[in-house]
Design a protein around this ligand. Structure first.
Ligand code: ADP
Ligand code: ZN
Length: 216
């Protein structure tokens, strides 16, 4: 089974995906995480990606599509949970083409619906572990020892693109480039809309039930 998680920045895609991976045999592919790894390692791809990401812009489609192509080519038989990909109509077309060539299919696209206000509140209070990527929040989920990840002891930091100006730009980019995918996947019958304000354990149950009953 292959699933796409769609939603505004801050909709809670990463948190939901982490929960799903614990519960089901899915391989989580987050293009954002892949780019952050490359940035951390200062690779040519990372340096290129950083010039877009730090301003709240999207990385070029050609670069992003290539990353996914390599993932799929390596092992087309796994069940993938795509998080943050596709993010443009060009990427959605590319994914459909790659899947067709590999004889695999997309089962559903889960749209996590949230308000702009919730996005701004969640992102401006979000913190991350630089080492393992665990997500924290200054309001309700901080590490036990200040500045150090509970799981790995890594440094806690704020993403450059979680500054208010970059958040506004990302919301704008979402509306112009990613929102058209809602229409795109509604038309081909794959879209499942869920309430992104729900906690991950409830969302998981809703999604599982909808998938079983193909109620979307
Ligand atoms: P969020 O959903 O919180 O915005 P992500 O971690 O998914 O964060 O992505 C962070 C940034 O990485 C995006 O703002 C964008 O610049 C870049 N990025 C991630 N996925 C893609 C993609 N599919 N296409 C282009 N750029 C991407
Ligand atoms: Zn950590």
């Amino acid at each position: 089974m292959n699933l796409v998680i769609l939603g505004k920045p801050g909709a809670g895609k990463g948190t939901l995906c982490a929960y799903c991976v614990e519960k089901a045999n899915l391989t989580h592919i987050s293009t954002g995480d892949i780019f952050r790894e490359e940035i951390k390692a200062k690779t040519p791809l990372g340096i290129l990606a950083d010039s877009y990401i730090s301003k709240g812009n999207l990385c070029p489609d050609s670069v992003t599509n290539e990353i996914i192509k390599n993932v799929l080519l390596k092992d087309p038989t796994k069940s993938y949970l795509f998080d943050g990909y596709p993010r443009t109509v060009n990427q959605a077309d590319a994914l459909a083409q790659m899947m067709k060539e590999l004889g695999i299919k997309l089962d559903a696209v889960i749209d996590m619906n949230v308000s702009d206000d919730l996005v701004i509140e969640r992102l401006s209070t979000r913190r991350l572990c630089r080492n393992c990527g665990t997500i924290y929040n200054t309001r309700n989920h901080m590490p036990k020892v200040e500045g150090k990840c509970d799981l790995c002891g890594g440094e806690i930091y704020t993403r450059a693109d979680d500054q208010v100006d970059a958040i506004k730009e990302r919301l704008h980019v979402y509306k112009t480039k990613t929102q058209p995918l809602i229409d795109y996947y509604t038309k081909n019958g794959l879209l499942m809309v869920v309430d992104g304000a729900l906690p991950p354990e409830e969302l998981y149950q809703v999604i599982e039930a909808n998938l079983n009953e193909r109620k979307f």
